[in-house]
Design a protein around this ligand. Structure first.
Ligand SMILES: [Zn+2]
Length: 304
């Protein structure tokens, strides 16, 4: 019997909520890192067992990284956009010293410890929480009106595309309302490097972007869509419409949840629900058939 696959999930990075990271559990997991905080936890899993590690900077954390020589104030002034100066000043007090990006990558990126470059991407909707950056917590800080400039998000995203190219690692990509520009960036930065495979996680672009852009330009064996219950199957119809467009060999399953704090049972439920929907839409019949398909796809996605 095949295992469930969680091709895109996380580990918590807050101070107050930390669970155990199960490296030999029943589910095959590709755990992303979004920043230096969760990477610190993920990299200390000595023998990662069945777990695969992602190394990246998520667009929600890209403002914490600087791309050139700078001081704290000039950095945040140059990468953030705001209308209300008080909101900016109070964020500036809370935000940490920026981390020089090149230093971070050269210190932390060890190709033998990293399986995937991710989570990386672009997010036009993102606003900073009043605490400066998002952490897993029972008390979420309210969102401010301060945003990260798209130019900075793009520069960070491109830097990680280059890392994927140079290290020949697959990428796991987040895209919110940047569908066209993100696709064009991937065509420019990733498509020419034949060894790099792309996973679009919880895809929310249009059917046209998928069929006329992604599936037309990227060979099927280099393109994956990992499907979640809470985004892609928020209704059965939405999920079904998407899955009908995707060749079965390109489909993966995911939760996108922090797997150290979410109960194992809930994680399994999410994956099982998605697999049952896949069985229905692809007319595969048995759950085991779907699991075997996703397992095979996953092995191709993470193959080194
Ligand atoms: Zn994610």
């Amino acid at each position: 019997m095949s295992r469930f696959v969680d091709a895109h999930c996380h580990v918590s990075s807050g101070d107050e909520l930390h669970g155990e990271l199960d490296v030999e559990g029943p589910t095959l997991r590709c755990v992303m890192s979004n920043n230096g905080f969760d990477w610190e936890r993920l990299k200390t899993v000595g023998d990662a067992g069945r777990l695969r590690r992602g190394f990246g900077v998520h667009p929600w954390y890209c403002h914490l990284y600087s791309l050139g020589e700078t001081d704290k104030r000039s950095h945040y002034e140059s990468v953030l956009e705001w209308k209300d100066d008080d909101a900016f000043e109070s964020l500036l007090e809370r935000l940490p010293e920026p981390v020089p990006m090149e230093e971070y990558i050269s210190r932390e990126f060890d190709p033998s410890k990293v399986d995937v470059v991710g989570e990386i991407g672009l997010d036009r909707m993102f606003r900073l929480p009043e605490s400066g950056y998002y952490v897993h917590s029972k008390r979420q800080a309210p969102l401010s009106r301060v945003k990260v400039k798209m130019a900075h998000q793009m520069a960070v995203f491109q830097r990680f595309c280059r890392l994927a190219r140079e290290s020949r690692k697959p990428v796991s990509i987040h895209d919110v309302r940047c569908h066209g520009v993100l696709f064009e960036t991937c065509v420019r930065e990733i498509l020419p490097c034949e060894e790099v495979r792309v996973c679009l996680h919880s895809y929310t672009g249009s059917p046209q972007t998928l069929t006329e852009c992604w599936l037309r330009r990227f060979p099927e064996d280099r393109l994956f869509l990992s499907v979640s219950k809470y985004i892609n199957f928020r209704t059965e119809d939405v999920g079904e419409q998407l899955l009908k467009l995707v060749p079965p060999r390109c489909i993966l399953t995911e939760t996108d949840f922090p797997v150290d704090i979410e109960p194992e049972e809930d994680l399994q439920d999410q994956l099982e629900y998605t697999c049952r929907q896949l069985a229905r839409v692809l007319r595969l019949g048995e759950l085991d058939e779907v699991k075997a398909l996703i397992y095979d796809n996953y092995q191709r996605f993470v193959a080194s």
